[in-house]
Design a protein around this ligand. Structure first.
Ligand code: ATR
Length: 321
């Protein structure tokens, strides 16, 4: 008998003795670090980099809460390997992935279907692997923003919105607002041509809503008066440059105005501080992050997402940072 075989036999005997001497659940938790097994269903995140993401904790907390044998992993996909990574999803049996920077547009040509939201926003943040293996690209950012507004008892329907910024997140917010039936949208941006382009694109999808553009910061004073809902979609005020302000210091907020800052780090931005001091309703962007994830989770699993659990997981991560 070969020596290494004897060693293995002894080891397995000692493992059997150990597991016989403790209750099985305790033994399981000692031997297996998690309950991942051959039946585990996988979803995840494609980005580059992805190490900063809190999505794995948020989604896995939801799987644990629902006692589902699913796991969410973050995949750092180099830009030149996006086609391979997307193509591998059905072959590996993943149910879907979230997509983050810089791949939100790059994945699009490799999908068989796009939802109207993904098409209008021009970016995909969620891929769903359909039962037949076809890939559908969706964008849950706009719907996540609206869901968080509603969670704060704000109904955007009929409101006059002022959106600051004309980048990727602004496209999603403008789409979400238009879908939710706002009365009008004014887009302010430092680079005015981008605001003009975004307004014109969204106007073609929503001819019934008045969508205009203007310059940031010059037109803040003129636009503030007519706004019921003000949304910051720029990075101004974000860590580490928390002194940034996507507003004009001397322009006061009204008590009936709602100010939503997509920036969630810090939780209380300078913009939200000013709004709150003036008596306006001030809402930070962490809830949008949770809801865009919850909506994606529901699309993959077909179950109602445990939003409170996802919110709690997100809060814990941010408190620890
Ligand atoms: P995201 O995906 O978060 O929307 P993005 O697409 O890079 O990021 O867009 C960033 C937005 O913040 C843009 O509207 C940008 O304005 P420009 O289009 O003029 O670049 C805005 N932004 C970033 N830094 C800014 C600054 N210092 N002052 C004003 N606007 C700023």
């Amino acid at each position: 008998m070969c020596k290494s075989w004897i060693g293995q036999a002894k080891m397995s005997e000692s493992l059997q003795n150990e597991s016989a001497s403790v209750p099985s659940s305790e033994a399981d938790s000692e031997i297996f670090p998690t309950d991942i097994n051959a039946a585990t269903t996988l979803v995840g995140l494609f980005g580059w980099p992805v190490s900063h993401s809190i999505s794995p904790q948020m989604h896995n907390a939801a799987f644990v809460a629902r006692q589902m044998n699913w796991r969410y992993l973050a995949f750092a996909v180099p830009p030149n390997r996006v086609p391979e990574a997307v193509g591998a999803l059905p072959a590996l049996g993943l149910r879907g992935v979230n997509v983050t920077v810089p791949h939100k547009q790059a994945v699009m040509p490799h999908l068989q279907h796009w939802t109207p939201a993904a098409e209008a926003i021009g970016a995909v943040n969620t891929i769903v692997v359909e039962e037949d293996g076809q890939l559908t690209g969706d964008n849950t950012d706009g719907a996540g923003f609206i869901a968080d507004l509603q969670a704060h008892n704000v109904d955007p329907a009929g409101k006059r919105a002022l959106v600051i910024g004309a980048g990727g997140s602004s496209r999603a917010v403008v789409y979400g607002l238009a879908e939710a039936g706002v009365k009008s949208i004014t887009i302010l941006n430092r680079t005015v041509t981008k605001a003009v382009d975004l307004a014109s694109t969204m106007q073609s999808y929503f001819p019934e809503i008045k969508i205009g553009s203007a310059a940031f910061p010059d037109d803040v004073t003129g636009s503030a008066q007519d706004a019921d809902l003000i949304v910051n979609c720029t990075s101004l005020g974000m860590e580490p440059r928390i002194e940034g302000l996507p507003w004009e210091e001397n322009v006061e907020f009204r008590e009936d105005q709602i100010v939503y800052d997509l920036v969630y780090n810090p939780a209380m931005t300078r913009l939200l501080q000013l709004a709150s001091t003036d008596g306006a309703t001030a809402i930070g962007g962490l809830g949008m992050l949770v809801y865009q994830g919850a909506i994606a989770w529901e699309k993959w699993t077909g179950e109602a997402a445990p939003v409170a659990v996802m919110q709690q997981a997100t809060n814990i991560i941010f408190e620890r940072r």
